[in-house]
Design a protein around this ligand. Structure first.
Ligand SMILES: C[S@@+](CC[C@H](N)C(=O)[O-])C[C@H]1O[C@@H](n2cnc3c(N)ncnc32)[C@H](O)[C@@H]1O
Length: 216
């Protein structure tokens, strides 16, 4: 069996964005990914780190993390004003602890638009939307340049599973290639902690994502 795995998005269309947010209210495995990312943040030496999320989206991960860690500072980056509106509704009172930074990750000057230097950069289901391994590699390099020594990048994103006979959109590629791009960006250690919702036979665009961690 084979086919194509990919998805089309209209990130600046309010109806599409609300529909997307309603469809992807986090399931148990998605919540497990959030917990895995939070555990990485908790290993940082500081109790009140600056955390930057690439692709804030509807704010599901932000809410999960802010509800559980009361002292960190959170900056959410996105290029979609309509997603910021949805995220504000998701966050409720937690909104006051979030800085919203509207910038396009394809613009290589994005790190200059941040309000604080992050000790942790995190992301879920966002970087594959940049459309190519080269664009993801560029983000990895910008993250390396932005983080201090000991800082972490945790990317939970859709990947192309090993052994598949299906074609995947270009932004979804093998874990081994992600780890190689992280190494080439300069990170000292890089590892994939888990492959979530693995499915080889009949994959949907919402399955097959991994939690990849790199330490500077
Ligand atoms: C799936 S959502 C992220 C979900 C989020 N992690 C959560 O837990 O709710 C992906 C987000 O990435 C954003 N995005 C996609 N391409 C982008 C780009 N080039 N620059 C900035 N944000 C981008 C989209 O607007 C969207 O809000």
């Amino acid at each position: 069996m084979s086919g194509f795995v990919g998805a089309q998005h209209e990130f600046h269309d309010a109806a599409f964005v609300q529909g997307w947010a309603d469809r992807f209210v986090p399931s148990p495995p998605r919540l497990a990914l959030f917990d895995m990312i939070l555990a990485q943040i908790d290993q940082l030496p500081t109790r009140d780190p600056n955390v930057l999320e690439l692709g804030l989206g509807p704010g599901y991960m932000a809410r999960h993390i802010l509800e559980r860690q009361k002292t960190l500072h959170y900056e959410g980056l996105d290029f979609s004003a309509v997603f910021f509106d949805v995220a504000k509704r998701t966050l409720g009172e937690l909104e006051s602890r979030v800085t919203f930074t509207n910038v396009d990750l394809m613009d290589q000057s994005w790190p200059t638009r941040l309000t604080r230097p992050p000790q942790a950069i995190i992301s879920t289901w966002a970087l594959h939307d940049l459309g190519s391994p080269q664009s993801v590699a560029d983000v990895y390099v910008r993250c390396f340049e932005t983080l201090p020594k000991g800082g972490i990048l945790v990317n939970g994103d859709f990947i192309k599973p090993d052994g598949t006979s299906w074609e995947y959109e270009a932004g979804r590629f093998e874990i081994s290639r992600h780890l190689e791009l992280l190494r080439q960006a300069g990170f000292a250690d890089q590892v994939s902690l888990h492959h979530f919702e693995p499915e080889l036979a009949q994959p949907t665009p919402a399955q097959n994502y991994a939690c990849m961690v790199a330490v500077k």
